[in-house]
Design a protein around this ligand. Structure first.
Ligand SMILES: Cc1cc2nc3c(=O)[nH]c(=O)nc-3n(C[C@H](O)[C@H](O)[C@H](O)COP(=O)(O)OP(=O)(O)OC[C@H]3O[C@@H](n4cnc5c(N)ncnc54)[C@H](O)[C@@H]3O)c2cc1C
Ligand SMILES: C[S@@+](CC[C@H](N)C(=O)[O-])C[C@H]1O[C@@H](n2cnc3c(N)ncnc32)[C@H](O)[C@@H]1O
Length: 659
């Protein structure tokens, strides 16, 4: 979990209500003509709204989100333009995010924007570093807030930008925002013909932009101001970054996409694809969503927190927050029962959880002593534990149904995929489509064995017991878990076993056993002993299914590939040559995967789906580049090829061995 909340900008308020950054000693806008100036400098300066007319997608990026005035004006211009682009993405870097109440106060100065302001405030994220993707207008307007220092955030951004708004405080007061390195990165992220605007036309900025490839022009400044700046990048920049991260071309707008699997992965993918302007169809052997791994009557949405603060923590923190935003959007269709206590059963666990709690932002979790844990959950006499107020329980099939909405679902068992020209035919379903997403849980690697995806099948069983007054009412996590009383009247879920299964087509994975119920009860007895032994509680029902797991505990999404071809392409990767010496990635056109969700599918599916839809549509990715590399399906082949050839044979994963 990345815990370092970003500093607030030490706001000061002028007598007329203008917000001023104490950190930079500069104002966010001039009261009275803030709107007119922003429209003149940035929208007119980049030729908007005309420039986006007739285009399916348009991407604006900004340095300095501040109060969001430029974003709100751009969104308003998009709304009011009958010839607007189909989808607008707006990426904005902010190193010192305003707290929600300050944002509300600053934007109250612009009553004409109030409906948009309310929407923005409703989604406004915690000031935690990373990309926060908010979506409006049914997904047609996306705001990617890049919270963090400008250069690292732009370096991590994966996007092709059409319009740039450079709006850091003045270069004299804030040189970091205008460094030559930042402006080179601006050029590298630009689409050919990208236009840029800024309120400042100082010589150094113009020269650095020219050195980065822009043709600059000084414009008359707003009202009494002498100059402002526009610029255009006439030529496509040289591709930069790792060639294996170079993405395939976007699919055509409206493309018909088959999503195989209607668990949480497939339903989230289909929803995100539809919102991105595609025509998805779900295909599942059950003819209904949420039947296998995603079919338990109650599951927990709980962030995976670790002490390392690295890629895992950042990814799981971001995906938890993204899923919570999505649940907020789904509204009452999905019941959510907040609050989970991770119980400290022993001294060592207490030490670990206390240390962990000390690193977490309060919205994620904090330590509670025994009496407080008792008041929150009804668990008496415990040492206490880690309380996660925003985590909670939900009904997995209901989440799948809400995600699916009206998206059609075909009942079919897909056995093979065959390329037919530029399209794909699904054997087993009478269907030919433009593109396919594999979201078939543990079966996924069998549907495209060419990729050697090292996904394993792992069987898990839950046990439903009758509720009773001596059971704590709240949700508990203790290695196993107990669902909260409120989630399922009269019943409590105790879970879950975790066993390697092997071939996902071997029968028996969905047959619960009494022995596994007993194991669930043993874990509960060991960690949360109560007056009535767990083994004596009547079992009402049991349910087992497969998880799709992977050794590095990260899910995967992205384009598919042929592993043999990649081994050829990147045979020399162990030499560690400069990126420019390696060839660009070679993807199988129109084939994608979203899977390996392991034990936390309900946490990660939404951000994975958002990433997939962005990839398919050529929109900015909601993950920073290092996080995207960590979920890239081809990462295992790359890891293998980084080894010297003599060490590869032993480590080479293969679809069959790995399972
Ligand atoms: C016991 C247990 C408890 C869990 N508890 C939690 C929890 O509390 N919180 C949490 O976040 N996660 C939990 N998980 C993990 C979570 O359930 C999974 O991560 C998630 O359900 C995976 O979703 P999925 O869509 O990838 O797979 P699935 O839900 O398994 O969906 C795959 C779908 O693909 C379909 N399919 C497969 N092959 C084909 C084919 N050839 N043709 C057509 N359709 C096909 C299947 O019918 C299925 O519907 C738990 C898992 C288990 C097993
Ligand atoms: C002039 S304000 C932006 C105004 C904004 N575009 C608006 O519409 O309200 C500049 C913003 O840049 C941010 N900023 C300054 N230096 C930064 C840096 N090095 N990295 C990231 N953000 C920075 C400031 O916190 C401030 O919010």
């Amino acid at each position: 979990m990345d815990t370092r909340e970003l500093s607030s900008p030490a706001l000061k308020w002028a007598g007329d209500g203008t917000p001023c950054s104490g950190t930079f000693d500069d104002v966010y806008f001039i009261i009275g003509h803030g709107l007119a100036e922003s429209r003149y400098v940035f929208l007119e300066g980049t030729g908007l709204p005309q420039a986006w007319q007739g285009r399916d997608r348009w991407t604006v990026a900004e340095t300095g989100f501040g109060t969001g005035l430029n974003f709100l004006l751009t969104w308003q211009a998009w709304r009011e333009d009958p010839q607007r682009c189909g989808h607008l993405s707006y990426c904005s870097v902010e190193g010192f995010p305003l707290r929600r109440e300050d944002l509300r106060r600053a934007l109250a100065l612009f009553p004409e924007l109030s409906p948009l302001v309310e929407e923005l405030l409703r989604h406004w994220p915690a000031p935690v570093p990373g990309i926060h993707t908010l979506s409006f207008e049914g997904g047609r307007v996306r705001l990617l807030l890049l919270f963090g220092p400008v250069l690292p955030m732009l370096s991590g951004l994966m996007a092709r930008v059409d319009s740039w708004f450079l709006d850091g405080f003045s270069p004299a007061k804030n040189p970091d925002m205008w460094s030559a390195a930042v402006l080179r990165r601006v050029a590298a992220l630009s689409a050919p013909g990208a236009r840029l605007a800024s309120f400042t036309a100082v010589t150094q900025v113009r020269q650095d932009l020219q050195a980065a490839g822009f043709v600059t022009e000084r414009r008359k400044g707003f009202r009494y101001k002498k100059h402002c700046l526009t610029a255009v990048l006439p030529q496509a920049p040289e591709p930069s970054g790792a060639p294996w991260l170079r993405l395939p071309p976007a699919l055509a707008p409206g493309a018909r996409i088959a999503v195989i699997g209607a668990g949480v992965a497939g339903c989230a993918a289909a929803r995100a694809l539809r919102r991105a302007g595609f025509d998805p169809v779900l295909v599942d052997r059950h003819g209904q969503e949420g039947r296998e791994g995603s079919g338990n009557p109650c599951g927990l949405l709980k962030p995976r927190v670790t002490l390392d603060g690295g890629v895992h923590s950042r990814f799981y923190g971001a995906s938890f927050r993204h899923m919570k935003r999505l649940l907020g959007d789904l509204g009452e269709a999905v019941a959510f029962f907040p609050g989970i206590l991770t119980v400290a059963a022993e001294e060592q666990e207490e030490e670990h959880l206390r240390a962990l709690a000390a690193t977490l932002p309060e919205d994620i979790g904090y330590w509670v002593d025994g009496p407080e844990a008792g008041a929150l959950t009804g668990l008496k006499g415990s040492r206490g534990g880690l309380w996660m107020p925003d985590a909670g329980a939900m009904h997995p099939p209901a989440v799948c149904s809400a995600l699916r909405g009206e998206i059609p679902l075909i009942e079919a068992d897909v056995t093979a995929l065959t390329a037919e020209g530029s399209r794909w035919h699904l054997t087993g379903a009478d269907l030919t489509v433009d593109a396919v997403v594999l979201a078939a849980g543990a079966v996924t690697p069998l549907l495209w064995p060419q990729a050697d995806l090292p996904i394993r099948s792992n069987r898990g069983q839950i046990t439903l017991i009758a509720d009773s007054a001596d059971l704590p009412g709240g949700a508990l996590s203790f290695g196993g878990y107990l669902s909260p009383r409120a989630a399922l009247p009269g019943q409590r879920v105790v879970g879950a076993t975790y066993d390697r299964w092997g071939d996902p087509q071997r029968p028996g994975w969905d047959q619960p056993t009494a022995a596994d119920d007993a194991r669930n009860m043993e874990v509960a007895e060991d960690k949360v002993p109560l007056s009535t032994p767990w083994a004596e509680r009547p079992v009402i029902a049991s349910r087992s299914s497969l998880r799709a797991t992977i050794a590095d505990h990260m899910p995967m999404t992205g384009p598919l590939f042929d592993a043999a071809r990649w081994r050829e392409l990147y045979d020399g990767l162990h030499h560690g040559w400069p990126h420019s010496r390696y060839p660009a990635a070679d993807w199988v056109p129109g084939l994608y995967v979203l899977g390996a969700l392991g034990s936390r599918g309900f946490q990660t599916a939404a951000l994975m789906a958002e990433t997939l839809a962005a990839l398919c549509s050529g929109s900015p990715l909601p993950l920073e580049e290092d996080l995207f590399a960590a979920v890239l399906p081809s990462r295992f082949v790359l890891k293998e090829m980084k080894q010297p050839p003599q060490r590869r044979a032993r480590q080479k994963p293969s679809a069959t061995e790995a399972r």
